[in-house]
Design a protein around this ligand. Structure first.
Ligand code: ADP
Ligand code: MG
Length: 237
């Protein structure tokens, strides 16, 4: 049996005639925390969508927990334990916080129910104070916490966060980073896309940098820190 939860190989994805992902290999092992980096427009979100079945690659393969899943619909990928929090906030604005969370609840692929409604509220005390509020009454930060809370209620094996701290006040962003750490400690793998490479590399085991749809660096956080010219060249920091 494969220990890789996500194993994407030689992915080529196009939007119309534009060749966006150019032969990308990307894998996630159980328990691994991965930073996916690169400047705007380099293909990070397209790679995540290609994995989740939201965009169909023209060639390559996507295996999820050892099963060939390329071209399968997003709900099938999700059912194999992959929770995806896209850019922007995908909550149900007309439902309350309680409803948003309880609707998402299910056991994980191994029957695990580590993340219960109670545990999510303990982890996100801000949400606890807003239980009866509709999703659209929440601040941007609270909405983001709700989307992450919903993702955790599915008891995933992998949590994918695409720009989760984007546009949030520093204190709220710090709370999201704290949650990433908690997720890591519970043994859930994660893929984190975020502009703040310092925060990202504090918690990641491995980092992947994309430039124009190709992987130009892959390595541990210490390896990346030891090569500041890469950060400068590829991330512009
Ligand atoms: N739906 C789309 N249709 C056409 N081009 C797109 C679409 N989404 C993204 N792109 C283009 O694909 C490239 C990669 O975008 P994206 O994956 O969103 O990058 P990133 O997440 O790294 O900022 C960019 O040039 C972007 O303009
Ligand atoms: Mg993006």
């Amino acid at each position: 049996m494969s220990t890789l939860l996500i194993d994407a190989k030689a992915i080529n994805t196009y939007y119309g005639a534009s060749h966006i992902l150019r032969g990308i290999d990307f894998r996630v092992a159980r328990g691994e925390t991965i930073g996916l980096m690169g400047r705007n427009g380099m293909g990070k979100s397209t790679l995540l969508k290609s994995i989740m079945g939201l965009v169909k690659p023209r060639s390559g393969s996507v295996d999820i927990a050892g099963q060939p899943m390329m071209g399968r619909p997003p709900y099938e990928i999700a059912r194999l334990g992959i929770a995806y929090v896209p850019e922007g906030r995908g909550i149900f604005g007309n439902l309350s916080v309680v409803e948003n969370l309880k609707m998402a609840a299910r056991a994980g692929t191994r029957g695990q129910r580590d993340w219960t409604y109670e545990r999510v509220l303990e982890t996100f005390p801000r949400l606890k104070e807003r239980l009866g509020h509709g999703g659209q009454q929440l601040s941007g930060g609270e909405q983001q916490m709700l989307t992450i809370g919903r993702a955790l209620m599915t008891n995933p094996d992998v949590l994918i966060l695409d720009e989760a701290t984007e546009g949030l006040a520093p204190l709220i962003a710090r709370d999201i980073w704290r949650i990433c750490q908690v997720v890591r400690e519970t043994g859930i793998s994660s893929v984190i896309v975020d502009k703040n490479w310092k925060h990202v590399t504090q918690i990641t085991d491995r980092n992947v940098i994309l430039v124009k749809g190709e992987v130009v660096f892959e390595g541990s956080s210490p390896e990346l820190h030891a090569r500041p010219q890469l950060l400068q060249q590829y991330l512009g920091v």
